[in-house]
Design a protein around this ligand. Structure first.
Ligand code: HEC
Ligand code: HEC
Length: 167
């Protein structure tokens, strides 16, 4: 049962992610001559894909093993296959918030919990799971064979702050 729930959760965390409307940094006039180009959804995705490729090489051959075994500091997604955890991080977490991996992770040590947003993301994962638990118990929803689920992008839709008006 727990296994099934986890599998479903993992599936929705990943599949439910719509390539929403990622937050775009407003082009800054003074930046044109600078070497650092403003972040666009495409450049953010490129950065994230590069991180995923780098880590995928490091765990090569262990993609199907549980993330809790392959990585150092997994608390929620222990039984998720390591390769799938990277997909969730990329297409789930990062895309839902419109950020690069280093918004949550220390670049030199992804297992570190030093960044507040990473710790917040764990609390968010717990909240999102409890909302899904409650949804699954509701009696008066129109039945859906797939069930009723929310995921990170249900609220965030490409923005760090779902409450901000400029998205
Ligand atoms: C919104 C915050 C957030 C973003 C963005 C994010 N992550 Fe994570 N990441 C987490 C959290 C939280 C965990 C711990 C999950 C757990 O405890 O189950 C984690 C764990 C990991 C781990 C395991 C590290 C270890 O050794 O314990 C890897 C690898 C990882 N993420 C890669 C990535 C990559 C690659 C990206 C970008 C494509 C990314 N993450 C983007 C929040 C984030
Ligand atoms: C029910 C709506 C909802 C869902 C679902 C949700 N969030 Fe959030 N999230 C919020 C709200 C609201 C805030 C607080 C925004 C604020 O006031 O700063 C927030 C804040 C955050 C922050 C802190 C950002 C910062 O820098 O302060 C992170 C990180 C985050 N969410 C990640 C996630 C991840 C990852 C998921 C999916 C596992 C998720 N959220 C699912 C509503 C949601």
């Amino acid at each position: 049962m727990i296994r099934t729930c986890l599998a479903i959760w993992v599936l929705t965390a990943f599949l439910g992610t719509v390539p929403g409307t990622p937050q775009t940094a407003a082009p800054q006039p003074g930046l044109a001559s600078s070497t650092q180009a403003p972040a666009t959804p495409a450049s953010i995705q490129e950065t994230n894909d590069a991180f995923v490729q780098k880590i995928s090489r490091q765990i090569a051959g262990h993609e199907q093993e549980p993330a809790g075994k392959v990585f150092k500091n997994i608390q929620n997604l222990k039984t998720t296959p390591a390769g799938r955890l990277l997909l969730i991080m990329n297409r789930g977490y990062s895309q839902a918030l419109g950020v690069t991996c280093t918004y949550c992770h220390a670049e030199q040590d992804f297992s570190s919990d030093e960044k507040r947003p990473k710790r917040a993301a764990r609390e968010m994962a717990t909240m999102h799971r409890s909302i899904n638990d409650q949804l699954s118990k509701m009696q008066n929803l129109d039945p859906n064979p797939q069930g009723h689920f929310i995921n990170c992008s249900t609220c965030h839709r490409g923005a760090v702050d779902p409450l901000s008006s400029d998205r």
